[in-house]
Design a protein around this ligand. Structure first.
Ligand SMILES: Nc1nc2c(ncn2[C@@H]2O[C@H](COP(=O)(O)OP(=O)(O)OP(=O)(O)O)[C@@H](O)[C@H]2O)c(=O)[nH]1
Length: 301
């Protein structure tokens, strides 16, 4: 059969692009599982989260990277280093450019940076549901004039338009390789990191404007325990904020907000690890943690 004559391909891909370009949303839409944080504020993606897409003739391992940006703090610098390191480890880069915004210096800067990589670069024009077809065509033209790309694919992560095509195209540019991960794995991110992300997401809900990038979560301990209703996973986590005033916001009046955060996070974690969960949450102030190397190391950056 024609299909079996195709060589099996496997490898790593990541999406790059300026903040808010739609990288996390696209990764989630493709993998079909909520593994990376998305928000309408730039630079929320902290950890390099992988999702694994299994297809008949390929295995595409997606790495989600934060946006490259002008570093203002030590955290910013480390994030940029992480991004560059990731770019050097992948086989295919999907360069995300929103259809609803004009190409700018930020895009050109990234285009220059990735031109030097050994990875194949596919330009991805994102958010096409926000514009008409004429505008999509204009953007495709502008993108093709900006640099040489292995392919250009317009997509919408929200409506799902062209997602299959994008996966097809990214897979086509992977190297011939045996399968790299077992069939049933969707992520090789340590469970702890994913759990911490779910708590962070719950803690940010509704207060993103007040606490844009000041929340970090550390999982202190995870224990399995037997209860009368069966086994349960006990998770001890600390939510770090930078100032006392932020602690008050996170906790809420008489702890009301914290209870909501706890319930929400517990439900999500329970789904993720498929177990009943007891969540022990504490909020701590780590003064200016974004600028303090000691804290950054402890918080996993
Ligand atoms: N309408 C529409 N909105 C989208 C689409 N993809 C992403 N968005 C929105 O654009 C915003 C940014 O998306 P993200 O996926 O967080 O962007 P990102 O590139 O990962 O951003 P950083 O983490 O800041 O680098 C969010 O509000 C998304 O809901 C899309 O296909 N259509």
């Amino acid at each position: 059969m024609e299909q079996s004559s195709q060589p099996y391909r496997a490898g790593f891909a990541c999406f790059v692009g300026r903040p808010n370009a739609g990288k996390s949303t696209l990764t989630n839409a493709i993998i079909g599982s909520k593994i990376a944080i998305t928000s309408n504020r730039p630079q929320t993606t902290r950890h390099v989260v992988r999702g694994i897409l299994h297809r008949e003739d390929s295995q595409l391992i997606l790495i989600d990277t934060p946006g490259l940006h002008k570093p203002k703090t030590l955290l910013g610098e480390r994030l940029n280093d992480q991004v560059r390191q990731t770019w050097n480890e992948v086989d295919v880069v999907g360069f995300c450019i929103p259809a609803n915004e004009k190409l700018g210096p930020g895009d050109r800067f990234i285009a220059r940076e990735i031109a030097a990589l050994s990875a194949k670069v596919v330009a991805v024009v994102t958010k096409i549901d926000l514009v008409d077809t004429k505008r999509v065509a204009e953007q495709l033209m502008a993108v093709s004039e900006m640099a040489e790309f292995a392919d250009i694919v317009p997509v919408s992560a929200v409506s799902g338009t062209q997602l299959d095509t994008l996966v097809e195209v990214l897979s086509k540019h992977l190297p011939e390789s045996p399968q790299l991960y077992p069939d049933d794995m969707i992520s090789d991110e340590p469970e702890r990191v994913m759990i911490a992300e779910l708590i962070r997401e719950a803690a940010l809900e509704g207060v993103r404007d007040e606490l844009p990038h000041s929340i970090a979560v550390v999982i202190e301990d995870i224990e399995e325990e037997e209860t009368e209703e069966g086994p349960r996973t006990k998770i001890y986590a600390e939510i770090y904020v930078e100032r006392q005033s932020q602690k008050a916001i996170v906790i809420g009046k008489a702890g009301a907000r914290m209870r909501v955060v706890g319930t929400r996070a517990r439900k999500e974690i329970s789904k993720l690890i498929d177990s009943r969960v007891y969540l022990d949450l504490h909020v701590r102030v780590a003064k200016d943690w974004q600028r303090n190397p000691k804290y950054l190391q402890r918080l996993g950056f």
